[in-house]
Design a protein. Structure first.
Length: 255
């Protein structure tokens, strides 16, 4: 089971979010959007805030990514602060994404320094937001990190691979891929954007599992107490998976 989504930036121009939610690919419509928030220590995407508001208004699960500039590893504090300030992520959003472009891996003092910078950025963002970031990488980027890529094992991975299903290509030690950017050639006009193309992505799971990923307070379903009232027990279990049933529980308890 896979769930369709898009990733965008100011390069898409003005986005018709209603048209995007009605866009179809492989008989699916997008259920999430991940937007470029920042790059380096100072850059902030000018369309980010408006698009965040519109995407949420149209019922899409929201996410944000930061392009990390590894040529200046001493700036990781400033890069993390730039992202946290601009992204304004919280419970209900896809965890923050560290976008690791191959060109910036190559610009680092070396692959070991690149991995160190990535880990510093992730640690700072996790300390600020309380959730572990996802790493965006391509197979080429992983090759350029060489053996040092093992230092990033354990993070969730958003893999960029336009040729093959990445399921059988995951590096040793990495979790199963969470997100897969499978094309940069989505039909922009059909998706309601001004650019010719739009990036399309799969989430590795159902929409319910996507909502669980976005529920920062409960990464796994809460156990059901068999001695509890069965209605409350079911609602608590549903909330853990879908982040939507707490209101139902509160309403039931007040009656």
């Amino acid at each position: 089971m896979k769930t369709l989504g898009v990733d965008v930036s100011h390069h898409q121009g003005v986005i018709d979010w209603l048209a995007l939610t009605r866009f179809r690919y492989a008989d699916k419509s997008p259920r999430f959007a991940i937007h470029k928030a920042t790059e380096g220590a100072t850059y902030q995407d000018r369309r980010y805030a408006d698009n965040r508001s519109e995407a949420r208004r149209h019922g899409l699960t929201w996410g944000a990514y930061h392009i990390i500039r590894l040529d200046t590893p001493e700036d990781m504090d400033a890069e993390a602060a730039n992202f946290v300030e601009q992204a304004q992520l919280g419970d209900g959003d896809i965890p923050p994404v560290c976008d690791i472009e191959t060109q910036w891996i190559d610009a680092a003092p070396g692959p070991a320094a690149a991995v160190q910078g990535i880990r510093i950025w992730c640690d700072i963002v996790k300390a600020d937001l309380g959730v572990e970031p996802i790493l965006y990488l391509s197979p080429r980027g992983l090759r350029h990190l060489g053996d040092h890529a093992a230092g990033l094992a354990g993070y969730r991975l958003w893999i960029c691979d336009y040729d093959d299903d990445p399921t059988d290509e995951m590096p040793e030690g990495f979790r199963e891929w969470a997100l897969w950017q499978f094309t940069s050639k989505g039909d922009g006009a059909a998706a309601g954007v001004e650019s010719t193309h739009i990036d399309l992505d799969w989430f590795n799971g159902s929409e319910i599992e996507l909502l669980r990923l976005a529920d920062w307070s409960r990464a796994t379903p809460a156990p059901i107490d068999p001695s509890a009232d069965p209605v409350l027990a079911f609602a608590e279990w549903l909330f853990a998976d879908r982040c939507v049933a707490r209101e139902l529980v509160d309403r039931y308890e007040s009656e």
